[in-house]
Design a protein around this ligand. Structure first.
Ligand code: ASP
Length: 324
């Protein structure tokens, strides 16, 4: 019997076309994937929903939550075996990680996209959609957390990131690699995710911002963030997890106003930790109450803090959540 797969289209290049006169890639009136969906019906029993037709820079936390609710409400109606979500690649990793943190169903959940629009030479959208339906239909793909499938690779939502502006092999999991591959004949896993987390989201209105540290950074931007009453701040810190000393008073102001500050590293490999004991070093920052993020990149730490803040403002509890 064929697997039942729900396909949710949300937009992105995978659903766009190139205007041959101007060369610009734009969303058309009709989603080209809707026409092509018949090509996956020999792999699985596919039900398609066009949730949105948005470029992914237009996707907000509220859209991510709508996708989550859609998956849950459709699953309550028909217990399908897996879901494939098509999405623009710019913020794909954020939606995938949000779903990873918040959807807890015993099915496979795959997010995919494309780097070339549907009528460009070498378009990768239909191919990635077919691969994703194959992955979602594979029983081993269930209970592995949210998976990101493009270019014959299967990545975990937690580790994957977009690494290139245009190359079709843009999605990589720095330091960890893919957890499986898509071959002509089958789906092969070679890694097993070791942990999973699940949180309820009651509120998608939390304002969490993300800034990058740089040599000579002072406190002015951090103080402005406190004045703007953000609910949380993620800082892509230097190296192992350090900041220039002139920025420390700004960090302290945020913490004194009960605004959590989470540190990730601006290095794309490695984990930010409280190692250095000099002014602005990780040890001093941790003592002051800064939370270290355990290897997430900045954009995913931001999603996690927004999800976490919808449950708790307790700094110790937030610290515990970021240890996972
Ligand atoms: N800018 C596009 C988007 O994210 C890129 C893509 O889909 O590949 O919507």
């Amino acid at each position: 019997m064929k697997s039942k797969i729900l396909v949710i289209h949300t937009g992105g290049t995978i659903s766009m076309m190139e205007d041959k006169d101007t060369g610009s890639v734009v969303p058309g009136r009709e989603n080209p994937l809707s026409v092509q969906t018949s090509m996956v019906s020999n792999i699985a029993d596919v039900h398609v929903i066009e949730a949105f037709h948005l470029p992914s820079p237009h996707i907000t936390l509220e859209h991510m939550n709508e996708i989550k609710r859609l998956i849950e409400s459709e699953y309550a109606k028909t217990s399908f075996d897996g879901v494939v979500i098509t999405h623009g690649t710019d913020t794909l990793e954020e939606t995938a990680y949000f779903l990873d943190l918040t959807v807890s169903l015993p099915i496979s959940i795959v997010v995919t996209g494309a780097m070339r629009s549907s009528n460009e030479i070498g378009a990768d959208g239909l191919y990635n959609l077919i691969s994703s339906v194959r992955v979602a239909a594979e029983p081993q793909s269930a209970n592995k957390g949210v998976l990101v499938v493009l270019n014959d690779e299967i990545h975990s939502a937690k580790n994957v990131t977009k690494t290139h502006t245009s190359n079709v092999s843009t999605f990589q999991s720095p330091q960890y690699g893919p957890i499986g591959i898509v071959t002509k004949r089958g789906i092969l896993y070679h890694h097993q995710p070791t942990s999973s987390e699940s949180y309820k989201v009651c509120d998608t209105t939390k304002r969490v911002t993300l800034i990058k540290a740089y040599a000579g950074m002072d406190s002015s931007l951090l103080i402005a963030l406190k004045d703007l009453q953000f609910d949380g701040v993620i800082i892509e810190a230097l190296g192992q997890g350090n900041l220039p000393p002139e920025s420390v008073p700004g960090v302290c102001e945020l913490l004194e106003h009960q605004i959590p500050v989470v540190l990730v590293s601006r290095c794309f490999n490695g984990i930010a930790q409280d190692v250095y004991g000099y002014a602005g070093g990780g040890k001093q920052l941790k003592e002051k109450g800064v939370i270290f993020s355990n290897g997430l990149n900045g954009q995913k730490a931001r999603i996690k803090l927004m999800v976490a803040l919808s449950q708790t403002h307790d700094f110790q509890e937030l610290e515990r959540i970021f240890k996972n």
